[in-house]
Design a protein around this ligand. Structure first.
Ligand code: NDP
Length: 453
């Protein structure tokens, strides 16, 4: 597995991919470790997670630099990602006991019935490169603390991040085998998932990868959680605080150089505030600093790989050919790295890629809508259903409209974000299951009913 620095196009490291025999060894270790780990008192598992948070904060720069080198995230955002991982560890270190406390039920006279939450066994995590630490920690922190062991198959372009995450758990003092990485290519995932020792799978990534993994999990009758793509609407109504919407909208689209499933991708702006919003939004976008991701002043770095750049370029070119116009950006930058400039498209036809597909890069499509019903109808005209953001000064109107949005979450006067305290996940082609909060830790447990007469 070659690591190519996307800022320079240079190969910085090569890792040897692991084989079927390596997977078999790792599964044996994970299975043995599970027998001990499940009996480790929950208080101790919580303490180890708190120690993982300490390790992340102590060596944050080194971990952040690995992210930046392998997938080009601006260093300031990579440091924020490490802090967010520490936060999710803090969260479950503090709340896991409450979340996993057995629930009582109305019982018949003379009996007591409770639901206990027990771990299932080794879990496979198939993860993407875009938030290479966060996506792993938001699954691993609750799954490990519930008493499962974890095997990570990370994206092939971030093997160093994969090893570094293993190091976090090792340094924190986790017993051997509780968290392991598999440096395997995706063609070995089925083999691992079909093995009886693996008891469930979570995948964050594209639709095709999700469908492939979910099919195998289904055939094996194993639990699966899928967190796939999104084409989130960002609705600006006629009574919105337009200045705040434009400022937050620019961050919502450009964070992580636009490579986020919950990025705002389609801006649906009421005709009464369209001109003002567009002007302010484009000013915000133009003010972003594009460049070297190791520079702390950089807002937008390179895309993670040349393939992502080529796909984005093809989507924008096809949208322009279909009639869309660029207000800013619109062509790859001259560079050895995978740089694409922050881009704003207007007059975007309904069926072109910028309207109907997920664009995984710094490209915003802005649409003018006549009223709130057109905004809601357009918002829902997508195969995805991850998140949505609605901007209105009338919170009751925002709450009412939130019920009409087909998505896993709606944020009113805020960008869509994942937060350890609230459930996260999608509907439709954005996947199923929930991560984070109490919902996340209960995805990979056996909800065991215990009836005592
Ligand atoms: P993929 O979905 O291909 O990769 C995500 C993970 O799934 C990687 O670990 C990958 O391994 C693995 N994988 C891929 N195909 C299979 C398969 N058939 N069976 C098992 N595992 C598989 O994402 P890409 O990196 O190719 O990105 C493509 C697009 O996916 C993006 O442009 C974006 O639209 C979407 N995406 C969405 C993300 C999100 O956060 N929801 C994150 C990343 C991508 P390997 O790297 O070895 O192929």
């Amino acid at each position: 597995m070659d690591v190519i620095n996307p800022a320079t196009g240079e190969r910085v490291e090569t890792y040897e991919a692991e084989t079927v025999a390596d997977v078999d060894d790792a599964l044996a270790v994970a299975s043995d470790a599970f027998d001990r780990w499940r009996n480790c008192p929950l208080r101790e598992r919580e303490q180890l997670l708190a120690d993982a948070a300490t390790e992340l904060r102590t060596n944050d720069r080194s971990y952040a630099e690995t992210i930046t080198r392998e997938m080009g995230k601006p260093i300031s955002q990579a440091l924020e990602e490490i802090e967010k991982c520490a936060w999710v560890c803090d969260h479950y270190a503090e709340h896991a006991s409450t979340y996993l406390n057995p629930d009582g039920h109305p019982s018949p006279p003379g009996a007591v019935a409770k639901t206990a939450y027990e771990p299932l066994g080794p879990q496979l995590a198939v993860m993407p490169w875009n938030f290479p630490f966060w996506q792993v920690f938001r699954f691993a922190a609750p799954a490990l603390t519930a008493g499962n062991t974890v095997l990570l198959k990370h994206a092939s372009n971030v093997p160093g991040c994969s090893r570094a995450i293993e190091n976090v758990f090792r340094e924190a003092g986790y017993p051997d085998g509780t968290f392991q990485t598999l440096l395997i290519t995706s063609d070995l995932v089925d083999e691992a998932l079909e093995d009886d020792r693996v008891r469930g799978v979570t995948l964050t990534g594209s639709g095709p990868a999700g469908r492939a993994v979910a099919s195998t999990a289904g055939r094996q009758l194993k639990r699966s959680v899928l967190e796939l793509g999104g084409s989130d609407p960002f609705i600006v109504l006629d009574d919105a605080d337009v200045e705040a919407a434009a400022e937050t909208g620019a961050s919502a689209r450009m964070l992580n150089s636009g490579q986020s499933c919950i990025a705002a991708k389609r801006f649906l702006v009421h005709t009464n505030v369209y001109d003002e919003f567009l002007e302010r939004f484009v000013d915000e976008i133009k003010s972003l600093t594009v460049g070297d991701p190791t520079d702390p002043e950089t807002d937008v770095g390179p895309l993670a790989t040349d393939a992502i750049l080529e796909e984005l370029d093809a989507q924008v070119t096809a949208s322009l050919e279909a009639g869309a116009r660029t207000v800013t950006g619109g062509e790859p930058l001259e560079s050895n790295g995978a740089y694409y400039p922050p881009t704003v498209l207007v007059d975007v036809p309904d069926d072109c890629p910028a309207a109907s597909e997920e664009t995984f890069g710094p490209v915003a499509a802005v649409f003018e809508v006549d009223d709130e019903s057109e905004a809601i109808r357009t918002a829902n005209e997508t195969e995805f259903g991850l998140g949505a953001s609605i901007w209105t000064e009338d919170r009751r109107r925002g709450r009412r409209l939130s019920r009409e949005i087909e998505a896993g979450c709606v944020f009113i006067n805020q960008l869509v974000k994942s937060d350890p305290r609230v459930p996260f996940g999608g509907i439709k082609d954005s996947g199923y299951g929930r991560e984070l909060s109490e919902a996340g830790i209960k995805e990979f447990v056996n909800r065991k009913t215990i009836w005592v007469e």
